[in-house]
Design a protein around this ligand. Structure first.
Ligand SMILES: [Zn+2]
Ligand SMILES: [Zn+2]
Length: 249
């Protein structure tokens, strides 16, 4: 025999025992005297079943709450990876913006005045005078941040067909400048990361900021040299772009 529960009419309080899941048309579901008095079917309810259902609703609500908290913790954890922190720090909360388009055009023109005594200069000058300044595309996905060194942000100069975003970037300015200049020097025809490339980059930085960059500690040429440059230009970059910022505001 199936387990019986008490069904009760809420109107008259009258009740009886019936299975927990009576058929839809089972007469025990309804209080007949009340139905006859009111002219409408009056249903009986099973308090035990109602309580049980309320408990189930509560448990499921709790489960959902825990799941939401877990979800939130997961999202927070994801937002706090070195990459995400660096992205926030250098793409949004930077000290001030560097006008990428203007700076790119300025550096490009500057390269046309390279002294022809610099290795590779003749080729670079020819390219720079024939080609337009590269279009620098910046978009969220384009950010590439070195996991080990969150200061490092890559900016890719847009090739034909890439979208052009005419806005300022907010990254650590000396790094942004050095990276931009690095890419522009590549664009001028220096493809490797050799001495010729870095001599051109050094010249560009020195000319742009009217200063001398010390390469005396350089023993080999590679990405480390970019750090030497950005370290030495930091003050000059700050002064230069702070002025632009003031003028603009
Ligand atoms: Zn009744
Ligand atoms: Zn490079």
């Amino acid at each position: 025999m199936k387990k019986q529960v008490r069904w009760k009419c809420e109107r008259c309080g009258d009740g009886l025992l019936a299975p927990s899941k009576p058929r839809r048309d089972d007469v025990r579901r309804y209080c007949l005297p009340c139905s006859s008095e009111t002219g409408k079917l009056v249903e009986r309810i099973a308090p035990a079943l109602e309580q049980h259902r309320a408990r189930r609703v509560e448990i499921s609500r709790q489960k959902k709450k825990v799941e939401r908290q877990r979800e939130k913790a997961r999202a927070e954890k994801k937002m706090n990876t070195p990459r995400e922190i660096a992205k926030r720090k250098y793409s949004q909360v930077g000290e001030y913006g560097m006008p990428i388009k203007k700076e790119t055009e300025r550096l490009w023109k500057m390269l046309a005045k390279m002294p022809s005594t610099l290795p590779g200069a003749r080729d670079a000058i020819r390219r720079v005078s024939t080609w337009d300044a590269p279009k620098v595309s910046l978009f969220e996905k384009g950010w590439s941040v070195d996991q080990k060194n969150p200061n490092r942000v890559f900016i890719s100069p847009g090739a034909a067909g890439t979208a052009y975003y005419d806005h300022t970037i907010k990254v650590k300015p000396c790094v942004a400048w050095a990276t931009l200049a690095h890419e522009i020097v590549h664009r001028a025809g220096y493809s490797g990361h050799d001495r010729d490339f870095y001599m051109a980059l050094k010249w560009l930085a020195e000319t742009r900021f009217r200063m001398i960059i010390d390469f005396s500690k350089i023993t080999r040429y590679g990405y480390e040299v970019d750090w030497v440059i950005s370290g030495q230009i930091a003050d000059a970059v700050r002064k230069t772009f702070e002025k632009i910022e003031e003028a603009a505001s």
